[in-house]
Every structure is written in structure tokens, then in C-alpha cells.
Design a protein around this ligand. Structure first.
Ligand code: ASP
Length: 438
């Protein structure tokens, strides 16, 4: 058994959190590789080290002094080291980094130093080797992860280190300069390391006890999701219910390695298992796995008699959206009508141009744009075998008097998506949750 553990910023925000992390890592000899984030927030108004570093970068670019934010960073690391009673000194690292930032270091180099320093401390504290991500994770000239080269080089490095801490969030370009993933990217590093190590499990330790069935700001005390498939996760994350960087799924998914989302502050909770296939998943406790949604959608409604007889009608409509750089989210259609659901924010500045182009290209009998839509996705691998899911969704909505503006059931039978007025969003989500859970 071999496990890769990734700890997020809040799990490594101060010495007390470091102690919890060490207890978790030491609890199982299978915990051989650990990926660390930079120190995150200790309390709500606190500032993440990564953000302090980015502030240094901005100041240095304007040729202004970086002392204030940089000293805050030094103090945070010094305090962690002192509170843990360690003898480690990072003073020469601080001096080098400060100098490099002043000499106009790249943004990615600066942003990556939080993970670098934090991982040095954690490696020393655990008695693990420190394996710099710069020597292990590679990007292509286009700045995209070079999976093949990374996997190859990591395999060699890991075989030489029995137990190691690897900083998250960054790697290097072919010319040797540091490159980071987008924010929250340590999740991706963890996934890449799990794949190269051929781990049995990738544990992603954060500050929540896994994924919840619905947004806790809307539904009171939603139940956690014990197990979810990658496909279900994609359906939910697209609607904004994410606990992890989206790109972290792909490396482990391909390798069939499950992810376990765990809570550093509550290690006894089993968290959420994310698995690659329905066969690997446990039986869901409810008919649906999760319910997620988002406001801020618009529907472009196009009507034209005999539309269904016209070849290429849909293609032309979508082509116009593509030409204006707008993604389409859903495509519910009738016999002579077609609606394209898009993000309102994306459409806004292009709206007049899109409508004019549609008039010209497909000459519709009627064309309208409806704003203030919300979409709710009811997702569950159990739907295929169970009957009556749609009936229960609509019954729940009718009970709270919510008008359904649009329906879209994916052909995967993994989800039912309903479009409603944004004003009804909270009531609708709560009603659907209660229908399936209570
Ligand atoms: N520290 C980086 C950030 O805040 C990366 C990470 O924590 O995953 O985005």
C-alpha cells in the first residue's frame, strides 16, 4: 500500500496545523509522499503567503520597496519553525529570495516560494527528504504540463527517495525557469505525484470533511457525500461545487487512482472518496449523489417554423456564438424552437452583435433573450437504475411553487438539469434536497 497525501494551505497555516499534519502522516507507514501548499489563512481576515508574495512581486515591478510584505512572510515562517521547536534556519533562503524579487524575478517564481519554503520545513519536521518540484515537474514551451516527461522524471526521483515532501503548485519550463499552475494548483501536483508513484490512494487533506450534497449556505446541514465518481464530480463541479482544482482529476483518473478528500481538523471523518468507475463506487445512500447550481445564465430563444426540416440550422446558430467567443452550456430544443443557454456575463458585451448575426444567418420568426436564469443540476449514478427521479424533482419544485423554465436530461442519465428564475434559486435547491434526503 502506498499513499500520496496533499495538504492545503489551511492545513499548514501554523505550527499547530503542522502538528496535526505530522500526526496524520505518521499514523500510517504507507504515507510515503507528501505534497504541501504554502501557509494559508489562520483566521478569516488573514492573508495567504501566496498573496503576500504576489504583493511583493507587484511592488518590485513598480520599483517600490517590498520590505513590509516580505517581512510578514519571513515572520510567518520563522514563527512556525520556532513554535515547532526546530533548529532549522531559512535565513539564507529568505535573503536569496528577497534579492531575486528585487532584481525583477518572474511572477511565477515569486508566487512559488511559499510552497518551496513550507515544504522545506515540513520535510525537516517529518524527517522526510525534500524533493524540489523544479526538478520533477515539467511544462512545455507553451506552458502546458508535460505529462510524459514529468511522469518519467518523477518516477526516477521517487524511486530514489523512500519518503519525501514535494512542494505543490509549480514546476519548471524547458529553459529552467519556474512556472506555476493556476491558483490552487497544489492539488494538481498531488495528483501528478500519485500517478508517478503508482499510489493506491491520493488523499487530499483540506479543511472540510469531504464534499457535501448541497451548498451549506443554502441548505441547512447538508449530508456529506461518502463516494462519488469522476463523472458525477465533473457534473457537479461545472455547476460550481468544487473542493479541488478541476485539473487535478485527470492525472489520477487516467491511472484509476481514487482520491479521498479529508479534513485535517477532523481526521476521524472518512471524507469523500472519488473513484473512476461505477463499479468501484459504493452504493449511494440516496437516490441522488449531489445537487448543485448557479445563477447568472441567459437563454437565447430562437423560433422558426419548419425549423426541424432545415439542415444546418443548429450549426449556424452555434457557429455565431463561437465566432463571438461565447460558450454554450445547454441546448434544450423543441420542434420549431431552440434555446441556447449561455453565461450572462459572457453574452453581455456581445449581445447586440450576436442577435444581429443570428437575424442575418437564420432569419428566425422570433428571437428573444431571457436573463436572470439559474440552472440546477441534480446528479447521481443511481438515476439510471431508479425510476421517478424527474418526477420527484418536479414534484419538489411544484410544492414550493417554482416555475420550471427549462429541462435538460443528459443522455448519460447521470443528471437532470432544470432552468428556473434566479429569484427562485435558493427555494428550489432546498426543496429538491429535502425531497431526496429527508
Ligand atoms: N498556494 C497556492 C494558492 O494559494 C497554491 C495552492 O495552495 O494550491 O493558490
Amino acid at each position: 500500500m502506498l499513499k500520496v497525501l496533499k495538504f492545503g494551505g489551511s492545513s499548514l497555516a501554523d505550527a499547530e496545523q503542522f502538528r496535526k499534519v505530522a500526526a496524520i502522516v505518521k499514523s500510517d507507514p504507507a504515507n510515503r509522499y507528501v505534497v504541501a501548499s504554502a501557509p494559508g489563512k489562520r483566521f478569516a481576515e488573514d492573508v495567504k503567503v501566496t498573496d503576500l508574495l504576489l504583493e511583493c512581486y507587484r511592488l518590485a515591478r513598480k520599483k517600490e520597496p517590498i520590505d513590509e510584505p516580505f517581512e510578514k512572510i519571513e515572520t510567518r515562517f520563522r514563527q512556525i519553525i520556532a513554535d515547532l521547536g526546530m533548529t532549522l534556519s531559512l535565513e539564507s533562503e529568505f535573503a536569496t529570495i528577497r534579492l531575486v524579487i528585487k532584481n525583477r524575478a518572474s511572477r511565477d517564481y515569486v508566487a512559488s516560494r511559499g510552497e518551496y519554503l513550507n515544504s522545506m520545513i515540513l520535510a525537516e519536521y517529518l524527517g522526510y527528504s525534500f524533493l524540489d518540484a523544479e526538478d520533477a515537474i515539467y511544462f512545455t514551451d507553451e506552458g502546458i504540463l508535460d505529462m510524459e516527461r514529468t511522469d518519467e522524471s518523477l518516477k526516477v526521483l521517487l524511486s530514489e527517495a523512500d519518503r519525501a515532501v514535494i512542494p505543490g503548485f509549480y514546476g519548471s519550463m524547458p529553459n529552467g525557469t519556474v512556472r506555476t499552475f493556476s491558483r490552487g494548483g497544489s492539488d494538481i501536483t498531488g495528483s501528478i505525484v500519485a500517478r508517478a508513484a503508482e499510489a493506491d490512494l491520493y488523499e487530499n487533506w483540506t479543511d472540510v470533511s469531504g464534499m457535501l450534497m448541497a451548498d451549506p449556505r443554502i441548505v441547512k446541514d447538508p449530508e456529506p457525500i461518502p463516494c462519488i465518481t469522476y463523472r458525477e464530480l465533473r457534473e457537479l463541479s461545472y455547476m460550481g461545487a468544487s473542493v479541488m482544482h478541476e485539473d487535478a482529476i485527470f492525472p489520477v483518473r487516467e491511472a484509476g487512482i481514487p482520491i479521498n478528500i479529508r479534513n485535517t481538523n477532523c481526521p476521524e471523518a472518512p471524507g469523500t472518496m472519488i473513484v473512476s468507475s461505477d463499479e468501484m463506487a459504493t452504493k449511494p445512500p440516496h437516490h441522488v449523489t449531489g445537487i448543485a447550481g448557479k445563477k447568472g445564465f441567459s437563454a437565447i430563444y430562437v423560433e422558426k417554423s419548419m425549423m426541424n426540416g432545415q439542415k444546418g440550422f443548429g450549426r449556424r446558430v452555434l457557429q455565431i456564438l463561437e465566432e463571438h467567443g461565447i460558450n454554450f452550456e445547454h441546448l434544450p430544443s423543441g420542434i420549431d424552437t431552440m434555446s441556447v443557454v449561455v453565461n450572462t456575463a459572457e453574452l453581455e458585451s456581445e449581445k447586440d452583435a450576436v442577435l444581429a448575426a443570428l437575424q442575418k444567418s437564420v432569419a428566425p420568426d422570433k428571437i428573444d433573450v431571457f436573463d436572470d436564469l439559474a440552472m440546477i443540476a441534480v446528479v447521481g449514478r443511481g438515476m439510471v437504475s431508479a425510476h421517478g427521479t424527474a418526477y420527484r424533482v418536479f414534484k419538489a419544485l411544484a410544492r414550493v411553487d417554482v416555475n420550471v423554465r427549462m429541462i435538460d436530461q443528459g443522455s448519460s442519465e447521470l443528471n437532470i438539469i432544470v432552468g428556473i428564475n434566479a429569484a427562485d434559486y435558493e427555494a428550489a435547491l432546498d426543496a429538491i434536497y429535502k425531497e431526496f434526503v429527508k
